[in-house]
Design a protein. Structure first.
Length: 199
């Protein structure tokens, strides 16, 4: 990629885990209502004033150009998304207890957050902003990884290496210690990352 035309971009992608299973095993009207409310609430819980590149069924592709936001702000944003997810589930427990008990009470849905940094191209195609580059493909691939948890934050090494204060991440909310992981993707090889389980 031509480095002269690339821009630094911070990616922040909340993605609903077990989405396909939820959509195919849940009463359709209720499933659509849950997902619509969830994505709307998450899109509105944007304290980092990020742009939305696209919404793909179960994921919101937030991005922000330029300097990285401060680690504590990224932590606050992550916490807010997780709290928003839990609040939406709780509202359905109150408004539709029968369907909640049947389709949501056993953690049938979860949320993961992918955080990445890259240099990409941004183009306007047919009046719409389009993100282009291999890292755009990579963040899509990272949504499918080997972490066997319903709720977590995944931080790529590309993001972590950009931080001036690398120790700051380990102190996020006094959450559990960062765990290490890796996955191999076609055309990309092995991608290393750290992740934080969310209870």
């Amino acid at each position: 990629m031509d480095n002269k035309s690339t821009v630094p971009v911070f990616f922040f992608i909340p993605d609903l885990t077990d989405f396909t299973k939820f959509m195919t095993s849940t009463e359709p009207i209720f499933a659509n209502k849950v997902i619509t409310v969830m994505l709307n609430k998450m899109a509105g819980a944007n304290i980092l004033t990020m742009n939305i590149a696209e919404i793909e069924g179960d994921a919101i592709f937030f991005y922000r150009k330029g300097r990285l936001p401060a680690v504590n702000k990224v932590a606050q944003q992550s916490k807010l998304i997780f709290e928003t997810f839990n609040e939406v589930i709780a509202t359905f427990k109150e408004s539709d207890p029968e369907n909640h008990e049947k389709y949501l009470s056993k953690d049938q849905l979860g949320v993961k957050i992918i955080i990445h940094h890259a240099y990409i191209n941004i183009a306007k195609i047919n009046g719409k902003v389009k993100l282009l580059g291999e890292d755009v493909i990579l963040v899509h691939k990272l949504l499918k990884n080997s972490i066997n948890l319903a709720c977590y934050i995944l931080l790529t090494d590309s993001y972590l290496e950009k931080l001036r204060n690398k120790k700051a991440v380990k102190n996020w909310f006094n959450w559990e210690t960062l765990k290490r992981g890796k996955d191999k993707y076609e055309h990309f090889g092995v991608t290393y990352y750290s992740y934080i389980p969310l209870a």
